[in-house]
Design a binder for this molecule. Structure first.
Ligand SMILES: CC(=O)N[C@H]1[C@@H](OP(=O)(O)OP(=O)(O)OC[C@H]2O[C@@H](n3ccc(=O)[nH]c3=O)[C@H](O)[C@@H]2O)O[C@H](CO)[C@@H](O)[C@@H]1O
Ligand SMILES: C=C(OP(=O)(O)O)C(=O)O
Length: 419
């Protein structure tokens, strides 16, 4: 298991090019199951989760060919409708095979993902939606087994909770259903919109994306196409927080400020000077005082849970008290005890973290528990006095491309050490 060794105490300054969004790339890659024709994808990030998605496609019978650093061609037809436990256990987003496999082949045997560090994360909405579209779904030996007679049938689905991958699974499945599917209380996340735009390039007939009421009119088949994955708004936000907490100045290029209003306005409230262009965001924190900000996570367009750990760190080192409330996942504060070990003064009260003044952070040996917790600990290492060792960084490799390279270019002292 690799670790990061980080020397702290330097402002992070410079430019960084943002990669394609993990959470857009994964549903798009797995939705290629829906077509027999070639698909070319660009701006695909080189991440562990992306490799896992390609493995899932290859198991299904598809062929994946890398064209350049971030472009891939996916060809072939699905001949096997299994998403095995060995892969699903390493990546929850494997559940995104369920809708496409059921719609395309009438059969899907997808291992139940189970809980993870941040919460129980059930998939009842995915299953219930498919049942409403006519699938017969059984849970057997740890697998979701979906069977469809002939073809899924469009229907009116009200989703009890806003679920990002739940919406993505049902939208993907509905593209090949007979008739019209209406999804109410759908997720509005930019990654859902990216998936819909991709499906439209393959000939899907969808409207309402970006709202909570999406309509999909099923077509007989989808054709091939070429698509560029949107920039990663969470990677962008992570670098902006790194600039803010280190008193530095970072410009994120090839990103999309339009999808980041909640995060940018909180960074401004925290005292940062933020400048946005069409495809860049620059955050300057030099000679400015960091102020605490209260945040509450909620579905888009509200503040994203995937930026919560980074803002918990921001509040931990700001002068004054900031309250972070997590409403999406029941256990997403695993970074708090680790930050406290580095000198933070954060108290957990129910689903809130009360971040009070501390006397700065000092380097320590800490454990990454999930993807965004890892990001907050790595950034904490850059601002702490002395050396920080972050253990279990495989979490980070799931979602951040070339992370050491990117931080090093900003002046960060970080090296990967094999155990
Ligand atoms: C690959 C991907 O895109 N992952 C993102 C996706 O995860 P994911 O799609 O798994 O998260 P959801 O939006 O589904 O989860 C939201 C809430 O709904 C609950 N729920 C969800 C489905 C369901 O069938 N039943 C149920 O109760 C979950 O436990 C959670 O409490 O959205 C999350 C919320 O923005 C992000 O943190 C993840 O980074
Ligand atoms: C929680 C995340 O991812 P996943 O849903 O893949 O676990 C994340 O991207 O922060």
């Amino acid at each position: 298991m690799h670790k990061f060794k980080i020397e702290g105490g330097k402002a992070l300054i410079g430019d960084v090019v943002i990669s394609g969004a993990k959470n857009a790339a994964l549903p798009i890659i797995l939705a290629t199951i829906l077509t027999d024709e070639p698909v070319v994808l660009h701006n695909v990030p080189n991440l562990r989760d992306v490799k896992t998605s390609f493995k899932l496609l290859e198991i299904s019978g598809k062929t994946v060919k890398q064209l350049d650093e971030s472009s891939y061609e996916i060809t072939g037809t699905v001949t096997n409708s299994q998403a095995p436990y060995e892969l699903v256990k390493t990546m929850r987003a494997s559940i995104l095979t369920l809708g496409p496999l059921a719609a395309k082949t009438g059969t899907a045997d997808v291992s139940l993902p189970g809980g993870c560090a941040i919460g129980a994360r059930p998939v009842n909405l995915h299953i219930h939606g498919l049942e409403q579209m006519g699938a017969n779904v059984e849970i057997e030996s740890g697998y979701i087994k979906a069977r469809v007679n002939n073809r899924l049938v469009g229907t009116h689905i009200y989703m009890d909770m806003v679920s990002v991958t739940g919406t993505e699974n049902l939208v993907s499945a509905a593209t090949l259903a007979y008739g019209e599917t209406r999804l109410q209380n759908a997720a509005r996340e930019p990654e859902v919109v990216d998936l819909v735009n991709f499906l439209k390039t393959l000939g899907a007939d969808i409207s309402g994306e970006g709202t909570n009421d999406i309509t999909v009119r099923g077509v007989d088949k989808l054709h091939g196409g070429e698509y560029t994955v949107q920039p990663d708004r969470i990677e962008t936000g992570t670098f902006l927080v790194a600039a803010a907490v280190s008193g530095g100045c970072i410009t994120c290029h090839k990103t999309d400020p339009k999808n980041m209003t909640a995060v940018i306005s909180k960074l401004e409230e925290a005292g940062a000077l933020v400048e946005c262009g069409d495809d860049y965001i620059k955050l300057d924190m030099r000679n400015r005082e960091l102020k605490p900000v209260n945040i509450t996570t909620a579905p888009y367009p509200a503040f994203p849970t995937d930026m919560q750990a980074q803002f918990t760190l921001l509040n931990a080192i700001a002068k004054g008290t900031g309250v972070v409330t997590e409403t999406i996942f029941e256990n997403r504060f695993m970074h708090v005890p680790e930050l406290n070990r580095m000198g933070a003064n954060i108290e957990l009260q129910g689903n809130s973290a009360i971040c009070r003044d501390c006397n700065g952070l000092s380097g320590a040996q800490v454990m990454a528990t999930d993807l965004r917790a890892s990001a907050s600990l790595v950034i904490a290492g850059f601002i702490a006095k002395g050396t920080t060792i972050v253990d279990r960084i495989y979490h980070m490799d799931r979602g951040y491309e070339k992370i050491e390279e990117k931080f090093r270019a900003l002046g960060g002292c970080i090296e990967r050490i094999p155990e």
